[in-house]
Write a protein that binds this ligand. Structure first.
Ligand code: WTA
Length: 658
C-alpha cells in the first residue's frame, strides 16, 4: 500500500462509525483518567520519570533525557536489569506461583512456567551462557522455533548484559549468516528443528549452512525440540552442544543479575530497509523496558487475572515487546503458541481462546482477514466469552476486517486497539486507550501520552487536516532505537536527515482527520508489508539478480486482499535465456532460499527493459501504477517512456494484471 503522500485519501474520510468506550470496561481500566495526556504534554520528562519509577532500579538516574539531536539517551546514570524486572521482582511476591508463560505446542503439547520456574530456568541458562564464555557485551544469536527456551534465552541474555539478536526461524541460511556476521555473535542458540503444519523445519541444517561462513561463532547450543527419531542432526564436535547437556552441567541455581547502565544494549533486531542490507536496530535497557512495560499496561490493559495472548512470533519485534518484555515486566500471564491459525483446523485460534479462557488477544490484520475468509462457522464452534479486549498490529486494518473482529470475535463487547508502531520505536506509539478512546474502524486513533507525531509535507511543514503527508515524530521517546548496529551514519541518514536531526522519519504516510485521529496510509519508501512482515524491495531484487538467468529486477508491492501486500517482480532475463514458467518457479525457489519463504514473489513478470529515469533509477512507482491498473503518474523523467507502455501492454495481455 505505498502511497503518494501528497494525495488525499477520500475513502477513509467517509468512515463514520464510532465505538465509544464501554463504561463497564472503562471503570476498571488501567488508564481511565484523560488527564494523563495533559500531564505528559505539560512535562514530558517528569511524566516519563514517573513511569520509569514503577520499575525497579538499582540506582536512580541523574537525568531523564539527554537530547543532542539526533543522539538521545534516557535515564542517564540509572542502573537496572531487565530480567530482574521481568522475573525476580515477581518471585518476591505472591506471583511466585502464578503462570508467567503458558506455552502450547503445535501438536497441542503444553508447558506452563510459573514465575518461580521461569526464574530458575533463566538463572540456570544465564550460568550456562557464562560457562560458554559469554560475558557482558558479547552478542548471542538466537534462531529458534516458538518454544519456551526462546523466552528463557532472551531473559538470560538480558540478565548477564549480553545483547541478543533473534533471527526469525523462517529465514534462510544466508539471511542468518548475514545477521550473525553483522553483529559478530559469539554463540548461536538454535534447535534440531521446528514444526510447521506437522512438517519438520530443518533449523539445525540451516544453521550448519549459515555457520560455514561465520568466524565469530564459538559455540552452538542446540535445543532438542523434534528428537533424533524423527529428525537426527549432526553435532559438530567442539562447537555444538545440546541445551540439555549444557544445562545439566551447570552448578547452582542463581546468577546475580548484572547491574546495567540504562543505555546498555539489550538487543539487536534486524529489519528490512530501503537498501539491500537489513538494519540492526539497537534497543537499550532502561528506555526500552519503560516503553514496553508502560504500553502493555496502558494499551493492552494487562491485569493480574488476565490470560493474555499475543499471536506473533518472537522472531519479530512484536514478540519481543509484547510476548516477553512488556507482559512479564507487568507480572502478567503470557501465552506463547508455536503453531499457525489453520493447523490442524481453521478454528485453532478460537479453540485456544476457549480452552485457555484468553482474556486479551493481540493479533495481526492478516490473520483476521484469513479467518474472515475461512468463514464464521469456525468461530461459532467456540465460546469466546472470556475475551475482554482485542488488539491488532503490523499493518493498517481495513474497516471491514475491524468490524468483523468486533462483531464475531469480540461480540461487540470488547474494545479494539489498533496499535501503530515499528521495530525502531520499540513500543506502541499510536493507539487508542481502551478505557478512554472512542475508536474509529481503520484508524490507529491518537498518539499515546508522551508521543508527539506530526504529518508533514516534502518541506517538513505540517499539513492541514485531511491531507496526506509523511508521518514523523517531533520528540524523542524512551523506547526509541539508539542506532543501527555498527552504522551510526546510516541511522542518521535514514531517519534523521530528511527534516534535520530533530525529526524522526517513520517511512509511513498518514493523514489526520478533523478530530485529530491518525489514519495510516502505508509505507512511502521501498519497504513492503507482506502479511505484517517488513521486506525491502532491494533485498528481494538482490536475491533475484544473484540468479544466473537474471540481468535486472524491480520488485514492488501490489495490493492483496489477504496479505495486505503481495510481492510482484519485474525481471529482465539475461540475453538468450528462455523466460518460461519453469524459470518463474526457479526464481521463486531461489528467493526463498536466499532470504526465506516469506519473501518469495507471488508474481513474476518478464520484461525486456525496466522503466528508468535519466539517472538510471528504476521507477518502481510507475510499475506499481501498471500493476494496480492506475492512471500512470508522471513519466516525463523517464529515459524512454515507450518501455513503460510496452510493459503495460504485455502485463495486461498476459493476464498478469489479475
Ligand atoms: C506498519 C511491527 C498501520 C507500518 C510492529 C510500520 C502499521 C511497519 C500498523 C512497521 C498499524 C505497523 N497500522 N500500519 N496499526 N502497525 N504498521 O517494524 O508501515 O515490523 O512502519 O513493526 O508496519 O513494521 P515492523
Amino acid at each position: 500500500m505505498s502511497v503518494d503522500p501528497t494525495g488525499t485519501i477520500e475513502g477513509l474520510l467517509v468512515e463514520s462509525r464510532r465505538y465509544p468506550p464501554n463504561p463497564e470496561f472503562a471503570a476498571s481500566a488501567n488508564v481511565n483518567d484523560p488527564e494523563i495526556y495533559q500531564r505528559a504534554s505539560d512535562d514530558p520528562e517528569g511524566f516519563w520519570a514517573s513511569v520509569a519509577a514503577e520499575l525497579d532500579w538499582d540506582q536512580k538516574w541523574d537525568t531523564v533525557l539527554e537530547w543532542d539531536p539526533p543522539k538521545v539517551s534516557w535515564f542517564n546514570g540509572g542502573k537496572l536489569n531487565v530480567s530482574y524486572n521481568c522475573v525476580d521482582r515477581h518471585v518476591k511476591t505472591w506471583r511466585k506461583t502464578k503462570a508467567a508463560i503458558i506455552w502450547e505446542g503445535e501438536a497441542g503439547e503444553e508447558r506452563i512456567l510459573t514465575y518461580q520456574e521461569l526464574y530458575r530456568e533463566v538463572n540456570r541458562t544465564a550460568l550456562m551462557l557464562k560457562s560458554l564464555g559469554v560475558a557482558k557485551g558479547d552478542r548471542v544469536a538466537v534462531y529458534l522455533p516458538m518454544i519456551p527456551e526462546l523466552a528463557i534465552i532472551l531473559l538470560a541474555c538480558a540478565r548477564i548484559g549480553a545483547p541478543h539478536s533473534v533471527v526469525f526461524g523462517g529465514f534462510s541460511p544466508d539471511s542468518l549468516s548475514d545477521r550473525i556476521n553483522d553483529c559478530g555473535a559469539k554463540v548461536l542458540v538454535t534447535a534440531d528443528g521446528g514444526f510447521r503444519r506437522g512438517a519438520v523445519v530443518a533449523l539445525k541444517e540451516n544453521a550448519d549452512k549459515a555457520l560455514e561462513d561465520t568466524p565469530t561463532i564459538e559455540h552452538v547450543v542446540v535445543v532438542q525440540r523434534v528428537g533424533a527419531e524423527k529428525h537426527p542432526v549432526e553435532m559438530k564436535k567442539g562447537r555444538d552442544i545440546w541445551w540439555h547437556d549444557a544445562m545439566a552441567a551447570v552448578s547452582g541455581n542463581y546468577c546475580a543479575p548484572e547491574s546495567l547502565d540504562a543505555e546498555h544494549p539489550l538487543y539487536i533486531l534486524y529489519t528490512s530497509g530501503t537498501t539491500g542490507k537489513p538494519k540492526g536496530v539497537l534497543h537499550t535497557t532502561g528506555g526500552y523496558l519503560v516503553g514496553a512495560y508502560a504500553t502493555s499496561k496502558w494499551v493492552l490493559d494487562l491485569k493480574d487475572d488476565d490470560i493474555y495472548w499475543c499471536t506473533a512470533d518472537i522472531g519479530w519485534v512484536t514478540g519481543h515487546s509484547y510476548i516477553v518484555y512488556g507482559p512479564l515486566a507487568n507480572g502478567a500471564t503470557s501465552v506463547m503458541f508455536e503453531g499457525t491459525p489453520d493447523y490442524p483446523d481453521r478454528d485453532r485460534f478460537w479453540d485456544i481462546i476457549e480452552r485457555r479462557a484468553i482474556t486479551v488477544l493481540y493479533t495481526a490484520p492478516t490473520a483476521i482477514r484469513a479467518c474472515m475468509r475461512w468463514g464464521t462457522e469456525h468461530v461459532e464452534k467456540h465460546d469466546l466469552s472470556s475475551l475482554r479486549l482485542l488488539g491488532t498490529v503490523g499493518e493498517p486494518i481495513n474497516p471491514e476486517a475491524w468490524i468483523w473482529y468486533n462483531d464475531h470475535i469480540g461480540h461487540g463487547k470488547c474494545p479494539i486497539v489498533d496499535t501503530w508502531w515499528q521495530t525502531e520505536t520499540g513500543a506502541i506509539m499510536i493507539s487508542g486507550l481502551p478505557g478512554l478512546t472512542t475508536m474509529k474502524p481503520g484508524s490507529a486513533t491518537v498518539p499515546l501520552p508522551g508521543i508527539v507525531p506530526d504529518i508533514v509535507d516534502e518541506q517538513g511543514n505540517s499539513v492541514p487536516d485531511g491531507q496526506g503527508g509523511y508521518l514523523v515524530m517531533r520528540r524523542p521517546w524512551p523506547s526509541m532505537f539508539r542506532t543501527i548496529w555498527g552504522d551510526w551514519d546510516r541511522y542518521v541518514s535514514t531517519y534523521f536527515s530528511k527534516y534535520g536531526p530533530n525529526v524522526y522519519v517513520t517511512g509511513d504516510g498518514a493523514k489526520r482527520d478533523d478530530e485529530g485521529y491518525i489514519w495510516l496510509m502505508g509505507r512511502v519508501d521501498d519497504v513492503l508489508n507482506v502479511a505484517g512482515h517488513r521486506l525491502g524491495t532491494m533485498e528481494i531484487e538482490s536475491a533475484l539478480v544473484s540468479h544466473p538467468s537474471v540481468a535486472e529486477a524491480a520488485v514492488i508491492g501490489v495490493s492483496d486482499e489477504l496479505k495486505g501486500q503481495a510481492v510482484a517482480a519485474f525481471v529482465t532475463p539475461r540475453l538468450g535465456v528462455d523466460a518460461n514458467d519453469a524459470l518463474v518457479n526457479e526464481l521463486r525457489a531461489h528467493v526463498s532460499e536466499k532470504i526465506g519463504p516469506i519473501a518469495r514473489p507471488d508474481r513474476i513478470f518478464f520484461t525486456a527493459e525496466l522503466p528508468k529515469t535519466r539517472s538510471a533509477k528504476i521507477m518502481r512507482r510507475l510499475l506499481r501504477d501498471v500493476a494496480e491498473g492506475r492512471v500512470m503518474g508522471d513519466t516525463t523523467t523517464l529515459t524512454d517512456p515507450t518501455v513503460l507502455e510496452e510493459i503495460k501492454k504485455q502485463y495486461e495481455d498476459t493476464g498478469a494484471a489479475e
